[in-house]
Write a protein that binds this ligand. Structure first.
Ligand SMILES: [Ca+2]
Ligand SMILES: [Ca+2]
Length: 206
């Protein structure tokens, strides 16, 4: 159980800004801290730079004129980052997206009912042999991710720093981000099979 770190509003904002500030300098785009619409990187380390472009909630990865990957048409991608989020020495692509259902066309055996909820997800990939390979794909997130960065915040290796919001029910099983709800900041580190919560920052009085 991770003990929440409680801050007053002013101290909290200063603490989070200290974590996020250096990253925001290298970010481009209009969404705010940690948001990108374009990035370059050589995440497979083959000496050729890939370009990552987010257009109309659709992520495209290309290398020169060659398209390597694009997000499926029924995903609404809202953010991405390049970083070694699973701490294995190679850079990953991490992205957040809205989609229906927790799984793809093949459901795990324990999932018997049809999952039709439209919620937020975090997916992690690596680039290998010019193809994007899934490393980890979340089920429906308990809280939608407002923004995230990949950052070594404590000298213990890369971690995922996340601003988590709340869902707003649109209709039926369809959800969206509640833009009026308060956010909390969490820090997650890869732990062999998934992400482990290592820090939770919350407002006093929440
Ligand atoms: Ca490359
Ligand atoms: Ca990695």
């Amino acid at each position: 159980m991770v003990k929440p770190v409680k801050f007053s509003r002013v101290v909290r904002i200063a603490a989070i800004l200290a974590i996020l500030l250096t990253v925001s300098v290298s970010s481009t785009g209009t969404g705010g801290i940690g948001f990108r619409t374009r990035a370059e990187g050589d995440i497979d380390g083959d000496g050729m730079t890939e370009e990552y472009i987010l257009v109309d909630h659709h992520l495209i990865v290309r290398e020169g004129e060659k398209y390597l990957w694009q997000s499926p048409g029924d995903w609404r991608v809202d953010n991405f980052a390049l970083g070694d989020v699973d701490n294995d020495g190679t850079v990953n692509l991490a992205l957040t997206l809205w989609k229906e259902g927790s799984f793809g066309s093949i459901k795990p055996f324990w999932q018997t009912a049809e999952d039709t909820s439209y919620k937020h997800h975090l997916f992690v990939y690596r680039l290998q042999n010019k193809a994007m390979k899934q490393v980890w794909c979340s089920s429906d997130l308990d809280r939608p991710i407002v923004s995230f960065i990949i950052r070594d915040v404590d000298g213990e290796g890369p971690s995922l720093v996340v601003e988590e919001g709340k869902y707003r029910k649109v209709s039926g099983e369809r959800y969206a981000l509640d833009k009026k709800a308060s956010v909390r900041t969490t820090v997650w580190r890869w732990d062999e099979w998934g992400f482990r919560l290592i820090k939770l920052y919350i407002f006093e009085g929440e």
